[in-house]
Design a binder for this molecule. Structure first.
Ligand code: FES
Length: 78
């Protein structure tokens, strides 16, 4: 089993726990000095790639919740 885990918070960030190397799109390593980090999933953080709590202020709904809501709204085919 891997030493790294990624947990999706409901309507919130990805919680990454374990030894990782975080690299941006330019190949630059982003220093990670904590054993647990939260990566923004909503796109609203002013401190990307890290979560700064903005997801709560903007009412972000994660894909899982959105998919479940869409499934519930579908007319039944049975
Ligand atoms: S997920 Fe928290 S600010 Fe985007």
């Amino acid at each position: 089993m891997s030493d790294v885990s990624i947990t999706i918070r409901r309507n919130g960030p990805f919680i990454v726990q374990g030894p990782i190397q975080l690299v941006d799109s330019n190949g630059q390593t982003i220093p990670v000095d904590k054993p647990v980090i939260a990566l923004c999933r909503c796109g609203g953080s002013a401190n990307k790639p890290f979560c700064d709590g903005t997801h709560s202020k903007i009412g972000f709904q994660g894909a899982e919740a959105a998919v479940l809501a869409a499934e519930a709204a579908k007319p039944s085919s049975e």
